[in-house]
Design a protein around this ligand. Structure first.
Ligand code: CDP
Ligand code: MG
Length: 137
């Protein structure tokens, strides 16, 4: 059993896509193990995207993540890391397959609606960062 972190970014929250994204996760047979709507701390966001610190988009993606509320989710299930990455689609929504969240609901890389952990190690780190209080189940 794996756990992975999903963030619904401010654009997804402001477009009222929380229900649609959670619906897809639950329909797939994956379980929500933790869920909250929060205004993220910039320090948490910078730590979350630490691997991208030297990239030109680091400042703008961090600005974006603190521009409004985000939903943080922990998703639990067999192979949940890979399953969720596939469901969210390619980073650039223009290249994301129809049927994925990004391929169905997004058009720009700056506002690609969701984050999901890239591998099991990243998932463990990100879950600890976003849910220091622990999971509900
Ligand atoms: O989110 P994902 O793991 O698919 O992509 P990433 O390569 O880890 O990049 C993190 C986030 O930075 C992306 O989801 C985009 O929101 C943003 N980004 C961007 O704004 N411009 C880029 N050229 C690449 C990424
Ligand atoms: Mg990534």
């Amino acid at each position: 059993m794996e756990t992975t972190l999903v963030l619904i970014k401010p654009g997804g929250v402001s477009r009222n896509l929380i229900g649609e994204i959670c619906r897809r996760i639950e329909l797939r047979g994956l379980e929500l193990a933790a869920l909250k709507l929060i205004n993220a701390d910039r320090a948490v966001v910078e730590e979350h995207y630490a691997e991208h610190k030297e990239r030109p988009f680091f400042g703008s993606v961090c600005d974006y993540l603190v521009s409004g509320p985000v939903v943080a989710l922990v998703v639990k299930g067999e192979n949940s890391v890979k399953a969720i990455r596939a469901m969210m689609g390619a980073t650039n929504p223009i290249e994301a397959t129809p049927g994925t969240v990004r391929g169905d609901m997004a058009l720009s890389i700056e506002d690609n609606l969701v984050h999901s952990s890239s591998d099991v190690e990243a998932a463990a780190r990100e879950i600890g960062l976003w849910f220091p209080e622990g999971l509900a189940r």
